[in-house]
Design a binder for this molecule. Structure first.
Ligand code: PAP
Length: 342
């Protein structure tokens, strides 16, 4: 991979992450915020604002408006989309490895050892589109063009996607996860991100906020439903995946993903065990034990925060039976008649 592209991607993530803690907003956004419903956030100390039914920190809202106005999708783009904490890091790694497997081969030991995922966190290789647009109203995206498929990610809800993405033929992969495990993952993540001198949100308070929908890019359920519906209407555009299914049958889902992306595994690749190599490279055990992910940091945030347990069902260790029941009731009600179940 071209080192200048990598340097640009690192610089972008550094600036984007620093920006998350600031309120460097345009006058237009400042004015808009003064009219929007506002609640205390709990992922970071930044408040959340409700804009057209979804909740965002101010800087993310600014990025969203810039994206809606200025982002130009290409038909060859691939967008990795999630609610936060649904397995974004894993999906970024898998997508990168699938799409770029003809450049970084798995049948050649030197190429295998030098795979970019050994030295770079997946969030660097597949950056958030929001990071570009927090910094600049109309940024230069050339650093994404190191391969014919531009690969980036977002947490933007479906209803808020720019027309440019909706109207293009670019492909979207959406990964969702059981909201109970997502909430628990969010909670642990927020404890690691929140600056030491800020007041803690209690677990119960965070639970209530999540259930009310007050969480970055939430309500969780509405974010999921938007992409679920799009995947039913346009299955050739949206591949809708569940974290739990991927954990249970990773190879089946990897093959499905490659097929969807128009780069199915050949018989030779399958015979050579390439799908297994990709799964091993992107596995929780492998990624979380790489030096870059154990000790690497960017803008003061260690990459290790993206790796906790990586399991299904961890919520039973944190939620009371009443909380679980409440969560399940909301899920049932929200997904009623949608055909979507957890
Ligand atoms: P993000 O949306 O902020 O990027 P994301 O990657 O979705 O975060 O969330 C991290 C979750 O994915 C963690 O879940 P946990 O808290 O329940 O443990 C993390 O452990 C899990 N995760 C990270 N990498 C992998 C992986 N390679 N395979 C499976 N799960 C993973």
């Amino acid at each position: 991979m071209d080192p200048t592209h990598l340097q640009t991607l690192y610089a972008l993530s550094r600036k984007g992450l620093k920006q998350l803690g600031q309120s460097d907003l345009t006058e237009e956004v400042e004015k808009l915020l003064s009219f929007l419903p506002k609640k205390n956030g709990w992922l970071t100390s930044a408040p959340l604002y409700q804009f057209q039914n979804f909740w965002y920190p101010a800087i993310q809202l600014q990025a969203l408006l810039n994206i809606q106005r200025n982002f130009q999708a290409l038909d060859t783009d691939l967008v990795v989309i999630t609610n936060p904490k649904c397995g974004t890091t894993w999906l970024k790694a898998l997508s990168f490895a699938i799409v770029n497997r003809f450049r970084f081969h798995f049948d050649n030991p030197t190429s295998k050892q030098n795979h970019p995922l050994h030295k770079n966190n997946p969030h660097i290789l597949v950056p958030y589109l929001e990071y570009f647009y927090m910094i600049d109203q109309n940024p230069d995206l050339t650093c994404l063009s190191f391969s014919t498929t531009r690969l980036f990610s977002t947490h933007i809800p479906h209803a808020m996607l720019p027309d440019s993405i909706k109207d293009s033929k670019c492909k979207l992969i959406y990964l969702c996860r059981d909201p109970k495990d997502t909430f628990v993952s969010f909670w642990h993540f927020s404890n690691k991100l929140r600056p030491k001198n800020t007041e803690d949100t209690s677990f119960e308070d965070a639970f209530e906020k999540f259930c009310e929908g007050v969480v970055d890019f939430g309500p969780f359920w509405d974010n999921v439903l938007g992409y679920w519906k799009m995947s039913l209407e346009s299955p050739e555009r949206v591949c809708f995946l569940k974290y739990e299914d991927m954990k249970k049958e990773p190879k089946i889902h990897l093959l499905k993903l490659a097929e969807f992306l128009g780069v199915p595994f050949s018989v030779e690749e399958e015979n050579d065990g390439v799908p297994e190599e990709i799964l091993k490279l992107c596995s929780f055990d492998n990624l979380s034990n790489l030096e870059v992910n154990k000790t690497g940091k960017i803008a003061g945030i260690g990459f290790s925060v993206y790796f906790r347990r990586g399991e299904v069902g961890d919520h039973v260790n944190h939620l009371t039976p009443e909380m679980i029941e409440h969560f399940d009731e909301i899920t049932e009600q929200k997904f009623l008649d949608s055909g979507l179940k957890f």
